[in-house]
Design a protein around this ligand. Structure first.
Ligand code: CA2
Length: 164
């Protein structure tokens, strides 16, 4: 079974309560429920966590190296500041999709740069909560395809070594 860690960064626990014009009306819990349902349908094991603490996010990313196959992260404001989160993603080497509810490229200039995107498999920005759902679908497909490729490769290697 594919295992995916979903991380929400700082202040995303406030979703649905304030700044609705930018981030929408859905709460983090309702986004998480929809993701959990989608994961069940796909047959994916997901673990969803939120933290306001950069170090905690870094530790979770490091630990994901054993126990998870991929990561979906909305690093929130740490997107634009955290070399530590970028380094953790690069170090752990798990395929990671960066999600933003708002389109960070259309907002204030300080939000245009992401430290995470350079080490991410992809970035989804500006589609609201659907972005998480697309990330789950995309990461699942990527991981299944990677597994299939590895399996085919090891079968063909075994066959080659038999014929030697
Ligand atoms: O668009 C996104 O998902 C962001 O990652 C959200 C971050 C922001 O710093 C990024 O530039 C883009 C902010 C998350 C704060 O969420 C709040 C939700 C409700 C009320 C206040 C903040």
């Amino acid at each position: 079974m594919v295992r995916i860690l979903v991380l929400h960064g700082p202040n995303l626990n406030l979703l649905g309560t304030r700044e609705r014009a930018i981030y929408g009306t859905l709460s983090m819990d309702s986004i998480d429920s929809a993701l959990t349902k989608q994961a069940e349908e796909l047959g994916v094991a997901i673990d969803i966590r939120q933290s306001n603490n950069e170090g905690e996010l870094v530790t979770w990313i490091q630990e994901a190296g054993s126990g998870f196959d991929g990561v979906i992260i909305n690093p929130a404001a740490y997107t634009h500041t955290s070399i530590a989160i970028r380094d953790a993603i690069a170090a752990v080497g798990l395929p990671t999709i960066e999600v933003h509810l708002s389109n960070i490229h259309q907002r204030e200039p300080f939000r245009h740069h992401s430290y995470v995107s350079g080490v991410a498999l992809g970035q989804i920005s500006g589609l609201g909560p659907i972005g998480y759902s697309l990330a789950l679908r995309g990461l699942h497909e990527h991981l299944v395809a990677t597994r299939r490729r590895k399996k085919t490769l090891s079968v063909s290697r075994r066959q080659k070594s038999k014929t030697k």
